[in-house]
Design a protein around this ligand. Structure first.
Ligand code: FAD
Length: 460
């Protein structure tokens, strides 16, 4: 029977470098071996949807290689699996990166409680964030509700240097469940998957280096351009922990350009939303600001389906929705435009769109996604954004000025040159290739959205 002195239970930290929990597990093993464990929880697996399942599968396979083939994969409810593996290998401690989402916290409390009964140590070291959610409060000891003061406090707080990898660790060889790796292989072959980027820590670091070399300098100006490869596309790696933000922040240190500053700020948004979720677990699926919870919403399935399929008749909205389906990723500016279109032009409650995004995004993350949606919908962390309604035509003209982004994803419009592609209704051949007519009139729906917001505010 295989023995291990300690267990490193990986979750949203599927890497080997800059992983403080690995250092603690090695320390606790004190020369003995460390078992690296991943538990495939059927409940989470089912809820993740095919795209994130495939991404997790690809990342786990890369992690197995990174741990010299010694990643033990078990299937089942972690509250049962972890204590049973502990008993099987005789480990004295279980090491994790602290989880901070509501579901993660519930799961970990259950596991930690049953380990405590067995006299086994539960050790949390680090989190998936540079500054652990809940660590920063204002002068009165309350959490920040607005981004800018949070970001100042976050910078003042600072973060540790990346963790160095412990040397000479022996990883225990413990058998995985028979069907575990098979389930993962099948997930990678599911029908209709987008083309996945290369998975794993090495791929994440090489994407990062490419971004540093090619795009960081121009990042501040280019990050909003949907037609340019101006952003890092690291979000799927950050989501799954193939790379830690601390690693990135350390490399930005000492770079003084606006690109580096702006990139740091964007990473801070991720930390802010995780902090908001930590303090407001209900905000994952409920309005953060109850003041606007009286808004009336529509439930028109045909319109929602047109939005999901990229057939709204608004070129940039359709391009973005199709980018989501074909790549499992969408440009940030376009996430705002499409979310605004669903909530303000179609008057649909934001969780409907948030669910669709989570089902299709490789980086689908409850904190960033659901608060990003609320930011656009006007129910989230922003002070007075109810009047902000994105115009899907001018947004296209500004952030895809030559129309290249639209033509890339909407073949029915590929024959329209330049920026004219944003207004096919003004073009003689705009509808020659079955591009749909606009499903709503933006100017009218904008007025309607504002009317609904005012009515909700008035009823408070
Ligand atoms: P870059 O511009 O290279 O930014 C670097 C990193 O900073 C990103 O990888 C991400 O981790 C972080 N970041 C950047 N912008 C934001 C932001 N506004 N909020 C939080 N973190 C940010 N991001 C997710 O990771 N998962 C989601 O599920 C998600 N859903 C979103 C839904 C909506 C409606 C909106 C408006 C935004 C959402 N975002 C989400 C934030 C943002 O769109 C993505 O992080 C970004 O597009 C990822 O691309 P990138 O890695 O090239 O970003």
């Amino acid at each position: 029977m295989s023995r291990a002195a300690s267990i490193l239970w990986l979750r949203r930290d599927l890497r080997r470098g800059d992983l403080p929990a690995l250092g603690r597990a090695a320390e606790a093993a004190d020369g003995g071996s460390v078992l690296v464990l991943f538990v495939l929880d059927p409940a989470l697996w089912k809820g993740a949807g095919p795209v994130r399942r495939a991404w997790l599968a690809a990342t786990l396979e890369a992690a197995r290689e990174a741990y010299d083939g010694r990643l033990c994969l078990r299937v089942g409810d972690p509250a049962k699996v972890v204590p049973s593996v502990v008993e099987e290998v005789g480990a004295g401690s279980v090491h994790v990166s602290r989880e901070t989402t509501p579901a993660g916290v519930r799961r970990d409390s259950a596991v930690a409680a049953s380990l405590a009964e067995a006299g086994v140590d539960w050790v949390e070291t680090g989190t998936p964030y540079a500054v652990g959610p809940g660590s920063i409060t204002n002068g009165s000891g309350d959490p920040y509700k607005v981004f800018t003061p949070f970001s100042r406090a976050w910078r003042d707080h600072g973060w540790p240097a990346p963790a160095t990898e412990p040397s000479g660790v022996t990883f225990a060889r413990v058998a995985s469940d028979d069907d575990g790796w098979k389930t993962l292989r099948e997930a990678r072959k599911a029908d209709g998957l987008p083309d996945l980027p290369d998975a794993g820590e090495e791929a994440a670091l090489s994407r990062w280096r490419e971004f540093l070399d090619d795009a960081l300098t121009a990042y501040k100006g280019d990050r909003d351009r949907a037609d340019r490869p101006g952003t890092s596309r690291l979000s799927p790696y950050l989501k799954i922990g193939a790379v830690h933000p601390r690693t990135l922040l350390a490399e930005l240190d000492g770079r003084t350009g606006q690109g580096a500053q702006t990139f740091e700020t964007e990473l801070c948004w991720r930390e802010f939303y995780a902090d908001v979720l930590w303090h407001n677990p209900r905000s994952s699926w409920h309005d953060l600001r109850p003041a606007l919870s009286g808004i009336t919403y529509e439930d028109n399935e045909d319109l929602v389906e047109a939005w999901k399929g990229g057939r709204t008749g608004y070129p940039v909205v359709d391009a973005a929705m199709r980018q989501l389906l074909t790549e499992g990723w969408m440009h940030n500016r376009m996430r705002m435009v499409t979310a605004s279109f669903l909530t303000k032009d179609l008057h649909v409650w934001w969780p409907v769109g948030a669910r669709h995004f989570l089902d299709h995004l490789l980086d689908g993350d409850i904190a960033s996604n659901n608060h990003g949606w609320q930011w656009v919908a006007g129910t989230g962390t922003d002070a007075s954004p109810y009047f902000r309604v994105f115009n899907p035509i001018t947004q296209g003209q500004r952030f895809d000025p030559q129309g290249d982004y639209v033509r890339r994803y909407v073949p029915e419009l590929a024959h329209i040159p330049g920026k004219a592609v944003h207004e096919p209704w003004k073009h003689d051949e705009g509808y020659d290739h079955d591009y749909p007519e606009r499903i709503v009139d933006h100017a009218e729906e904008r007025r309607e959205a504002l009317r609904r917001y005012e009515a909700a505010r008035g009823s408070q």
